[in-house]
Design a protein around this ligand. Structure first.
Ligand code: SF4
Length: 411
């Protein structure tokens, strides 16, 4: 099993000040969304009111983190494959990170430092301690290897120290770097320089994250725009940048929400007739709601399966950030009598049912699987076969739901 050492912490506060592009900047109060964790009669649970905003009270004391881990270990008798240290703040700012790492290393499993920007390191040699104490993998928010840009955009006091630690981590562990790509700031020549540097340092890969600046791009916490006046790359522009960088550099470069040139994710299965033939045959009629990024890909899968299923993309780029407002905007004309929506969408089951029946219909509305594919953030450490396997599992579950809940086609 994989263990999570959740250290807590608040974005912006427990990471030495907000990065200019942080999605948790200026988060305002939003009514509960509703989600898959809510009780059927109550819209709003801890997950969709608090966790979605990563609103922890602060970093947890190290004793609490260890105690929570011990509970998990006692409840599960499986072997420990990996331990990830992560939280809402920046891992490098956790005051007891050295003590926690030294404690966890006794479990003799590889340790992964979950997203850290390195902003909490100020000497430049901190990485050595972690490498000596079992850290084998680091997810490092690099943004750019230009220290001035890091200083300006990441609100960082010691960018050289962070970059020096990045280099040390690269020399002794698997480093997956990440950059939120802001047009005109860290794309173009700056991105090329960053890729040159990461390649020279020996990073395993770079995950490019398309910057979201509007609600339909995924900012659901009433805090758009994050940077006024910035127009994000279009999905096509972004995918072209990922493609070009991956072609020009030896390190693996993927993008989120899409794309991964090496595995073909998301929905690599679209171009794999053999894998498509391993899916169950969808025989019943249903509508599948999804994000507008996934809709053409998912639609083409059901088309090649010759299924009586239509796929409708709502006005949101990410499926698990779909909210009830996106559903309210739908024209119901083409929505069939069975509807399946993304498992992790932020909607309450009874509310979406009402909205999808506001034309007087009696549609059966069900939450689908959590994941049908993987994005570049996950696929960067996967093989193409692993991606395809995940997709076969997710899509088979979806098709089984269609066949169980759908109605027979009319002709
Ligand atoms: S380090 Fe991450 S969580 Fe903290 S302000 Fe920057 S983007 Fe937000």
């Amino acid at each position: 099993m994989e263990l999570l050492a959740d250290i807590g912490g608040r974005p912006g506060i427990d990471c030495m000040g907000f990065c200019k592009y942080c999605y948790f900047k200026a988060v305002r109060d939003v009514p509960p969304f509703g989600c898959k964790h809510c009780l059927p009669i109550t819209k709003g649970c801890h997950y969709c009111t608090e966790s979605v905003k990563e609103s922890y009270p602060g970093f947890k004391p190290v004793q609490m983190v260890v105690q929570e881990l011990n509970q998990t270990i006692h409840l599960n008798q499986e072997g420990i494959e990996r331990i990830t240290i992560s939280g809402g703040g920046d891992v490098s700012c956790y005051p007891d990170l050295e003590l926690l790492t030294a404690t966890l290393t006794q479990l003799e499993a590889p340790i992964h430092l979950g997203y850290t920007s390195g902003k909490g390191f100020n000497r430049g040699d901190e990485a050595e301690y972690y490498l000596e104490n079992g850290v084998k993998e680091v997810s490092f928010t690099v943004f750019a290897t230009d220290p001035l840009l890091r200083g300006e955009y990441m609100n960082e006091k010691h960018p050289e120290a962070a970059l020096s630690n990045l280099e040390t981590f690269c020399s002794g562990s698997e480093v997956y770097a990440a950059s939120v790509l802001i047009p005109g700031v860290n794309d173009g020549d700056v991105l090329r320089q960053t890729c040159d540097d990461l390649e020279a340092m020996g990073a395993k890969g770079l995950i490019l994250m398309r910057f979201a600046n509007t609600t339909d791009q995924g900012l659901i916490l009433n805090n758009a725009p994050i940077i006024p006046g910035v127009e994000s790359h279009s999905i096509d522009e972004f995918a072209a940048i990922v493609d070009e960088m991956n072609k020009d550099y030896s390190i693996r470069i993927t993008g989120t929400p899409l794309w991964d040139p090496e595995t073909g994710a998301p929905f690599a299965i679209v171009n794999d007739p053999k894998a498509l033939s391993m899916l169950p045959s969808p025989t019943m009629e249903a509508t599948i709601l999804t994000s507008r990024v996934s809709a053409p890909l998912l639609g083409s899968i059901f088309k090649s399966l010759d299924a009586p299923v239509n796929v409708i993309g709502v006005e949101k780029d990410i499926g698990c950030l779909i909210t009830i407002e996106d559903i309210e905007k739908l024209d119901l004309t083409d929505v069939k009598s069975t509807v399946i929506f993304p498992g992790r969408a932020f909607v309450h089951d009874s509310e979406i049912k009402d909205v999808l029946n506001r034309d007087g219909g009696d549609r059966l509305v069900r939450r689908g699987p959590d994941k049908l594919t993987v994005d570049g953030e996950m696929s960067i450490s996967m093989t193409r076969d692993e991606v395809i396997q995940r997709e076969i599992e997710g899509l088979s579950e979806l098709i089984d739901m269609v066949n169980m809940l759908g109605i027979p086609p009319k002709n």
